[in-house]
Design a protein around this ligand. Sequence first.
Ligand code: GLY
Ligand code: MN
Ligand code: MN
Length: 461
Amino acid sequence: MPQTLPCTNTLSMSLTMNPHIKPTEFARRRKRLMQMMDKASVAILPAAPMQTRNRDAEHPYRQDSDFHYLTGFGEPEAVAVLIPKRKHGEFILFCRERDPKMETWHGRRAGLEGAMEHYGADDAFPITDIDDILPGLLESAQRVYYAMGCDTRFDSQVTGWVNRLKEKARAGIHTPSEFVTLDHLLHDMRLYKSRSEITAMRRAAKISAQAHIRAMRCAQPGMMEYAVEAEFLYHFKRHDCDQAYTPIVGGGENGCILHYTENNAELRDGDLLLIDAGAENALYAADITRTFPVNGVFSPEQRALYQLVLDTQLAAIAQVRPGNHWNQPHEAAVRVLTRGLVKLGLLEGNLRTLIKEQAYRPFYMHRTGHWLGLDVHDVGDYKVGDQWRVLEPGMVLTVEPGLYIAPDTKVGKRAVAKKWQGIGIRIEDDVLVTKDGHEVLSKDAPKTIAKIEALMAEARQ
Ligand code: GLY
Ligand code: MN
Ligand code: MN
């Protein structure tokens, strides 16, 4: 057998390129970031480390989102260095070298040439040489942009490089005087999604919505929660997606546990099923929750509460438009939800006082959404100074009000009437802020009572 690998010239087979984002877009992002960085500064970003699952088994590798955003490079054991205005090139990538033996065991590598040819690096060096090369790159820098505290092993490597330079200070070597977090610049860039990022997110939402429809079609009394979860995993993988997070598949009162992931109970006739599951497409997440009756028909109590959560969600989504601030969807949600809880007799008192005192908290204990993107709980500030952030086109957020009446829920000292107990409902969509308002990326997942019941009835024929 020859010593070369069959894939030497077919890097695209290695699946480490993002199919939605072109190399020119990654280059534009680096350029934008470098334009905002101070003079005489360097940015250092490590790739995500591999994570051991148990002994020799590793978790599936997932690249760090910041690292991906700036490089598109999908391998571990890599470090990106950005040095604005460096004569010999501003983007330096340390990565693993090609190695036929290692690649036979562990998979393909881009290597130094691939880093330059396919990922736009101006210079590429072996990761094994980083301790010798990187201190030299820091020599004339005053500031080092680096996210300290995310990876303790890498933190000490970075401080080691700076300390080594300091030891040489008497020889006239200039050392950086400041570490600065990259978050403010980089995470603000990530908050505004480009056209190609939106395409990636639209696909993540579409595949996820299809999986929710699959679940509605197949769920029935006696089925196990994990069997429904399997439908999602199958559908995601079948469409070259991963799960963006561990799915929550909770029947009955399990739907009242916000982060329920055991997914090991039997679905019961007469219960609701809450599913929070989203796909990750080319590293971009969807985050969708739907709640529906296991037997296909809402009971009168379930119907009343579900319609209230849906009205709440629609009121919140209506607030998503440029010029409104981050908290307006949440404020609309608590108004509609509290009013509805009073109407149903679950809360008593003056509406304004109940809202002011957050009387809804026993039933609704989380906020109405979060930013969405490369991370499910994506980066970006929610406030600027002490003001809520104003929504702008290109931002993507979830809108996800819920109502959770666990059997032991009390309002003050009063227990909730039995007929409401064990009902957990959340409806979650992914919403893009557009020029004129918004677009619900996850609109293909049915959420009206009529549509859910019709779909489930049809699947049962
Ligand atoms: N799936 C996580 C969340 O809804 O925030
Ligand atoms: Mn969410
Ligand atoms: Mn969710």
